[in-house]
Design a protein around this ligand. Structure first.
Ligand code: SF4
Ligand code: SF4
Length: 457
């Protein structure tokens, strides 16, 4: 295969070891149905859902079990046939604890859900669906951004005359180390993914579609480029290889790399006419629109040295981490840390009964040796004013100043240095020779700021 070099990039960033080898060549594998699932009522940005079912009620796979009337929210569905055992506080991978619905699975009456990619090919015509039909299916299917942020997709794609969108930018970078779920979707579910891309562009009114993909995925670039050619050029779709650099998949960084545009600080992409979606989200859009299926399953990468069987697994949303570990052959003896997500932006899991959510793209299993190599496990020393954190910050911030201000509870100074503009990419901590957990201070600062706002509001 000819070497493909992405020309486009953004200032700053860094190059952590990619570690994609654990799972990049493992095909998507549907997992067996667990005995119980725990579906969280908060898996997205916006209002938390309220349950629409009661204890002891029977539920069907795909049935809505939680909803909210708020504009920014997304409905929740059961991934299995079963009975509601409890509605209670459950561990949440990011916010600690939140309400969720525990469902005992009906063992006699559940088949392993298979992907629907076989239903799509190049003849798929997005014009068979109206904009209203697409937006309704996306809303009723509870689709959210599956790359991590969990922003409700219907809000992103539905027409907004006050903020018209011109370009649909697909974030196919998957720049975080270890994670390969989107890569496998592009390779194996190519036509389903492209169907979702074209449906989203139709709903959003975008004339141009650009697929930004890092140049460490030449096979996916080739597959997508050929598929786009087969579509015959009716739509303006281009596959754009970009340089492999972390965090190339940051929304603002990718817009800069592919489109040469800057999203103003504190603003969002639609203000400059851009709608950004990730790969898994597009596949989910296609499934919801063409088959009526809700978002109840997703592909999760399981990777790292501390798990017996790494791979890319198609799992029910609500499956507990411990059940997926058991399906993957268990932890190795050297296991020391489980991270939901990748090592740069993921969250360490303290409770293995934590359920997977719509935004859980990966579980990374680290050994003691890998953990002790991590910066935050090493002894911190005073800042030597080397300036490396400033050089790598993709948002052009002064990370050391912000961290210092947060350390001394000077939130006014932290905000003067644009605390809230930090995208929490972790580059500053990664390069700091003094091992200062700069991103940790910044995250704490944001939490303190949010609490202060709530108190005042
Ligand atoms: S300050 Fe924020 S955006 Fe800048 S490098 Fe650190 S974590 Fe990334
Ligand atoms: S990288 Fe670390 S040591 Fe260097 S200026 Fe930033 S905080 Fe200080």
């Amino acid at each position: 295969m000819a070497e493909i070099r992405g020309k486009f990039t953004f200032p700053g960033g860094t190059h952590p070891p990619e570690n994609k080898h654990f799972s990049e060549n493992r095909s998507i594998e549907p997992v067996s149905v667990p005995k119980q699932v725990a579906v969280l009522l908060s898996q997205h940005l916006g209002a938390v859902c309220v349950p629409t079912v009661a204890k002891k009620e029977a539920v069907l796979a795909g049935q809505m079990i939680g909803k909210s009337d708020a504009f920014v929210s997304a409905a929740i569905h059961s991934p299995v046939n079963g009975t509601v055992k409890d509605i209670t506080l459950l561990p949440h991978p990011v916010i600690g604890r939140t309400m969720g619905i525990v469902i005992d699975v009906d063992a006699e009456n559940n088949e392993i859900k298979q992907p629907v990619n076989g239903q799509f090919d190049k003849t798929f015509n997005p014009e068979n669906y109206t904009v209203e039909q697409i937006c309704r299916a996306v809303k009723e299917g509870g689709i959210v951004g599956m790359g991590g942020a969990g922003f409700p997709t219907r809000v992103k794609i539905e027409p907004n005359p006050a903020m018209p969108k011109e370009i649909l930018l697909i974030n196919a970078c998957e720049c975080e180390p270890f994670i390969t779920c989107d890569y496998r979707v592009m390779l194996e579910w190519t036509w389903q993914f492209l169907a979702g891309v074209r449906l989203a562009a139709r709903a959003a009114g975008c004339e141009k579609i650009r697929i930004g993909i890092e140049d460490n995925k030449p096979e996916a670039i080739e597959v997508l480029t050929n598929a786009v050619k087969e579509l015959g050029g009716k739509e303006d779709i281009r596959v754009v290889p970009v340089k492999t650099k972390y965090p190339q998949g940051g929304e603002r960084q990718l817009i800069q790399s592919v489109l040469g545009k800057t999203v103003p600080t504190g603003s969002i992409p639609p203000t400059i006419g851009v709608c950004v979606l990730n790969v898994g989200t597009c596949a989910a859009i296609a499934e919801a629109v063409a088959t009526g299926n809700s978002l109840t399953h997703r592909v999760v990468t399981v990777a790292g040295c501390a798990i017996a069987k790494p791979g890319n697994y198609y799992v029910p949303i609500g499956m507990r981490v411990e059940d997926l570990i058991a399906y993957c052959g268990g932890l190795t003896e050297t296991a020391a840390k489980v991270v939901m997500g990748g090592p740069m932006m993921g969250f360490a899991i303290a409770d293995l009964s934590t359920p997977l959510t719509k935004t859980s793209g990966a579980l990374t299993f680290l050994t003691k040796a890998a953990v002790t190599r991590a910066k935050h496990e090493k002894q911190q020393t005073p800042c030597i004013r080397c300036g490396r954190c400033l050089t790598v910050c993709p948002e052009h911030l002064n990370p050391t100043r912000i961290a210092h201000a947060v350390k001394y509870f000077r939130m006014d100074i932290a905000q003067d240095y644009y605390l809230s503009a930090c995208i929490e990419c972790g580059c500053c901590s990664y390069v700091c020779p003094a091992n200062i957990e700069i991103t940790g201070y910044i995250k704490t600062g944001k939490l303190l700021q949010a609490r202060a706002k709530r108190r005042l509001g």
